[in-house]
Each structure stands twice: as structure tokens, then as C-alpha cells.
Design a protein around this ligand. Structure first.
Ligand SMILES: Nc1nc2c(c(=O)[nH]1)N[C@@H](CN(C=O)c1ccc(C(=O)N[C@@H](CCC(=O)O)C(=O)O)cc1)CN2
Length: 285
């Protein structure tokens, strides 16, 4: 039995960081210092690990870091005050609000308050709106990372049937918009928890992106032999991290972006890319 070729997000992200290191050095030589701000609320260990990783990446490529941490019982007003502060801070050229926010906080209101020009995650409603309109704007990091990973491994998108499972704003919904642009020309089926016959949609796909957060949701018998399968789901269990893609899929798929080591590292690399691109655009006037 054959085994899927790996879409190696870890190695690809390392190559992207090396490219970005040179671009940041050129910016700094012109007196432009990119700075990423992060706002994290609460004590979720996973979210803290992601934010630490983002700042490690920044240090590696030469981007400055501004870290804002708020307790789990922070009020909406306290979170919004930090967003206003970063909007006004000239050292912060781009920032993100780590999601999810603790229950009781309205993430949409917080995202809408960000300066869209400093939105390093592409999640501000204006930037998502520009994506719908087909105008240039920062793209959400995970969907951008998925497209970049497929491109770097020459997985054909034009004309491909793509089944995306998950309709959240960080992955599924923007991914559908990106893949159906004229620059990608894929045909997308966006599945979710109320999809009636998920297996039938997955079976029809050349590319499957599983971002449901349901361990082992995608089984080998659901996958068309040779399809590219990207595991974006992460569930923390006592036994460790578990993805949405059952290990048996490796024997059927033509390509596999595993979890860990596939899309996750690309998410981080695309955040750095968004920060650098925004600084370059600002320096070009
Ligand atoms: N404001 C945002 N919040 C969230 C986003 C986002 O893009 N912007 N995405 C996710 C979390 N996330 C980044 O924030 C993220 C998730 C996973 C990884 C990653 O590298 N995962 C590893 C495995 C996990 C691990 O080792 O702990 C991998 O796949 O290899 C990076 C970033 C939700 N929130």
C-alpha cells in the first residue's frame, strides 16, 4: 500500500521565515521597524503557547514584539482599551487579538475596533469585506497558509473540487472566498456540523481541508484515492493533540498535511508575512 506524500508545513514555514528575515533587514536599513502586537485574554494554555510561538518567530526574523496580557475576567471595555492603545502606538505596525476570547466577551466588536491597516490577521470586517469584493487586503493566516502550502508543493488548485469542513471565520469561511478567486479558480463545497452526507462531499473532493475540531472525523473510506488532505483540526486530549484526520487516511491520500507539522506552522509564517507586507506597503507610501 502506498503512503501519502507530506505537505511539510514546518520546513516550508522555515523557508518563508528565512525569506522574511532578508525583507525585514531591508526595511530596517530604511529605518522602518516592524512591530507585532498581540492581545491575549485569559489563561488558556494552548492560546498562550500559540502567542509565545508568534513572538519567538518575530524575534527570529527581526520583528519587534509588543505583548498585552489580560486576565480571564477582563471586561469588554478593558479589552477594547488595549485595542485602542495598539491602534495609536506607532511602534506597533500590526497586531492580533488571540481567539477565542473568554465567554462573555464579544470578539466581533473587538475585531471591528481595530485599525484595519494594522489588522495582521485579516479578520477585521472591512478586510474580510475587501476579500469578498476581490480587493487587496491582509488575508487570514490559516487560509493563506493552506493556499501557500499547496502552491509550494504544486498541488493544482485551478479546477480542483475542494471540500472544506468548518465554517469559522479564522479558517473555513475565508478559505472558501480565497479558493474561489480568479487567481485560484477552485470549486469549493463548504461543509459544517449540519451537513447531511459529509462522506459524499469528502469523497467527491480532490482536496479536503478538515477544520472541524472533531478528532478522527475524516476516515480513509471517505477519501478519494490520491486526494490531498489537510488536517487543520486540533483537539487537546489526555493522550496529546489529536487532529480531524484519522491516521488511516495516510494510506489512501496522495498528499497529507499532518497535524502537527502541516498547516499550523504555516499559520504562524503567514502572520509574519502579513506584518512584513504591511510595513513594506507603509514604507512605499
Ligand atoms: N487571532 C487568531 N486566533 C487564532 C488563530 C489565528 O489565526 N488568529 N488560529 C488558531 C490558533 N493559532 C494561531 O493563532 C495556531 C494554531 C496552531 C498552530 C500550530 O503551529 N500548531 C501545531 C500543533 C499544535 C501544538 O504544537 O501545540 C502544528 O499544527 O504543528 C499555530 C497557530 C485559533 N486562534
Amino acid at each position: 500500500m502506498s503512503s501519502a506524500r507530506i505537505l511539510d508545513g514546518k520546513a516550508t514555514a522555515a523557508a518563508i521565515r528565512a525569506e522574511l528575515t532578508e525583507r525585514v533587514a531591508r526595511l530596517r536599513a530604511q529605518g522602518v521597524v516592524p512591530g507585532l502586537g498581540t492581545v491575549i485574554v485569559g489563561d488558556d494554555p494552548g492560546s498562550h503557547a500559540y502567542v509565545r510561538g508568534k513572538h519567538r518567530d518575530c524575534a527570529q526574523v527581526g520583528i519587534e514584539s509588543i505583548q498585552v496580557e489580560l486576565p480571564a475576567d477582563a471586561t469588554q471595555e478593558e479589552v477594547e482599551a488595549e485595542v485602542r492603545r495598539l491602534n495609536a502606538d506607532p511602534a506597533c505596525t500590526g497586531f492580533i487579538v488571540q481567539l477565542p476570547l473568554p465567554k462573555g466577551l464579544d470578539a466581533n466588536r473587538v475585531l471591528a475596533l481595530m485599525d484595519p491597516a494594522k489588522d495582521a490577521d485579516g479578520l477585521h470586517p472591512a478586510n474580510l469585506g475587501w476579500l469578498v469584493h476581490g480587493n487587496p487586503a491582509p488575508l487570514p493566516c490559516t487560509p493563506r497558509g493552506i493556499v501557500e502550502l499547496l502552491r509550494r508543493y504544486d498541488v493544482e488548485l485551478a479546477g480542483a473540487e475542494v471540500c472544506v469542513i468548518g465554517r469559522g471565520i479564522t479558517v473555513g469561511r475565508p478559505l472558501g472566498l480565497i479558493l474561489t478567486r480568479r487567481s485560484e479558480n477552485a470549486t469549493v463545497t463548504l461543509c459544517h456540523t449540519r451537513t447531511k452526507d459529509l462522506a459524499a462531499h469528502v469523497r467527491n473532493a480532490d482536496i479536503v481541508v478538515a477544520a472541524a475540531g472533531v478528532p478522527g472525523l475524516i476516515r480513509a473510506d471517505m477519501v478519494r484515492p490520491g486526494a490531498a488532505v489537510l488536517d487543520v483540526g486540533i483537539t487537546r486530549t489526555d493522550a496529546g493533540l489529536v487532529g480531524d484526520v484519522d491516521p488511516g487516511v495516510r494510506e489512501v491520500a496522495g498528499w497529507l498535511a499532518p497535524m502537527p507539522g502541516g498547516v499550523g506552522p504555516m499559520t504562524r509564517a503567514m502572520l509574519l508575512t502579513n506584518v512584513v507586507e504591511a510595513a513594506e506597503a507603509a514604507s512605499a507610501g
